[in-house]
Design a protein around this ligand. Structure first.
Ligand SMILES: Cc1cc2nc3c(=O)[nH]c(=O)nc-3n(C[C@H](O)[C@H](O)[C@H](O)COP(=O)(O)O)c2cc1C
Length: 299
């Protein structure tokens, strides 16, 4: 594992930090982050991704407004930005982006620093300049990096309250058994109760928690779907951040399964979107399946 602490602890401790101490990070800490960004990170769909550490201290504090986090972030001197190479359909690129960027966020959490996914409230042009983006690349999200301010200020508390940041949907609304008609109990999910719980507590754009998962009866096969919110799914070229949320879910699920010694792999089951067996509604978009080995065959 690439982390010092158990990944389950990192997933549980991470939350969005919007106010930072204005101090500098040590050179060796920056180097650890930069080295991690440069790694050849595995993706689920083979998208081309690139990440960059942005030192914005020279812009601090007056010109940071131009870089643009629209007042959401206070005190941050450093950011991570990422890009993917455009394709005709950017859906899987967004999933891959979420999958790798969340691993980076957990690595930074492990170093003891704060982060905050920003997919909407940042100035794309300002960051694109800092990352030197090519014409075939897109910056879907960035995150500040720094030392979290000890006491949460009023502004951060209000943003968290408006986003309902502490709330998560109950199991019955997210996880299903055999089809969308039947909820999955934590007992029936065993031994995958914890990987699913780590999906449930993950971050998502506007905290909408669009991930929906069906477990096949009597096997460790899990189908992952995005429940699309109409206002975030405005056409082909629009970046629907809910696919990034799905990448985050795949990251949490896989890392937790690995930590618990549960073996499996990602695979596309082509028959699922057309199958009547799962009672899919039109807003449900199939993404991928975790084919988990049964415990006896994993030995
Ligand atoms: C893809 C994505 C985009 C997000 N965009 C923003 C954003 O633009 N501005 C912001 O303040 N928070 C943003 N967030 C943070 C969410 O509001 C936050 O994750 C959610 O409310 C849950 O709170 P938590 O991260 O503290 O657990 C984003 C999160 C994700 C996953």
């Amino acid at each position: 594992m690439e982390f010092k602490k158990p990944v389950i602890d990192l997933i549980k401790t991470r939350n969005s930090i919007r106010s930072y101490e204005s101090c500098y990070l040590k050179t060796e800490e920056i180097k650890k982050i930069v080295d991690f960004l440069k790694k050849d990170h595995k993706t689920v769909f083979g998208s081309k991704l690139r990440f960059k550490f942005i030192d914005a201290s020279d812009m601090y504090p007056e010109n940071l407004r131009n870089l643009g986090t629209y007042g959401m972030i206070k005190g941050a001197r450093y950011f991570i930005g990422g890009v993917f190479e455009k394709k005709e359909n950017n859906k899987n690129c967004l999933v891959d982006f979420g999958y790798v960027f969340e691993k980076i966020i957990l690595f930074i959490t492990d170093l003891g620093f704060g982060t905050c996914w920003l997919g909407g409230t940042f100035n794309k042009k300002g960051f694109a300049q800092k990352i030197t983006v090519n014409s075939n690349e897109i910056v879907p999200a960035v995150s500040p990096v720094g030392i979290s301010q000890k006491k949460r200020d009023l502004r951060s508390s209000v943003i968290r309250m408006l986003a309902g940041a502490k709330n998560r949907k109950p199991w019955g609304k997210l996880f299903f058994s055999g089809s969308f008609g039947t909820g999955l109990s934590e007992t029936d999910a065993m031994p995958y109760q914890t990987p699913l719980e780590m999906v449930r507590v993950g971050p998502s754009a506007s905290n909408l928690q669009p991930w929906r998962i069906i477990k096949e009866n009597n096997s460790n096969i899990f189908h992952f779907f995005v429940k699309k919110s109409w206002h975030l799914d405005a056409g082909q070229n629009h970046l629907n951040l809910q696919y990034i949320d799905m990448g985050i879910a795949l990251c949490h699920f896989e890392l937790t399964a690995l930590e618990l010694g549960l073996k499996g792999k990602w695979a596309l089951h082509d028959n699922i979107p057309e199958s009547e067996k799962y009672s899919l509604s039109p807003d449900m978009d199939y993404i991928i399946t975790w084919d988990g080995l049964s415990i006896s065959s994993a030995d």
